[in-house]
Design a binder for this molecule. Structure first.
Ligand code: FES
Length: 107
């Protein structure tokens, strides 16, 4: 079991202690009712409603965006910043245990 912390759109932190390797952050967020993560496209990288900011200390471990993700993030360009990722494109793995992300405001 892995731990992931979401700072939700309502400002309240939600700590999830039972996330599993291989799950996407979108799956984890939806299963736990994380406020502000909509995931309208179901995780196919076309809506940007699952936009999060990865905390600075986790950005290198999580990695950067692929081309398709970067172009989808452009839809949310007003609120894109360093650490912006689509959480449907982040797959949890053991070395990400303790990951902390902040739900981005909607574009
Ligand atoms: S759920 Fe649509 S881009 Fe992530």
């Amino acid at each position: 079991m892995l731990r992931v912390t979401f700072v939700q759109a309502n400002g309240v932190e939600k700590v999830i202690e039972d996330a599993l390797p291989g799950q996407t952050l979108l799956t984890i967020a939806r299963a736990n009712g994380v406020d502000g993560v909509l995931g309208d496209c179901g995780g196919c990288c076309s809506c940007a409603t699952c936009h999060v900011y990865v905390d600075a200390q986790w950005q290198s471990a999580v990695g950067g965006t692929e081309e398709v993700e970067a172009s989808t993030l452009e839809m949310a360009s007003e609120v894109v910043q360093v650490g912006s990722r689509l959480c449907c494109q982040i797959t949890l793995r053991p070395e990400l245990n303790g990951l902390r992300v902040t739900v981005a405001p909607s574009a």
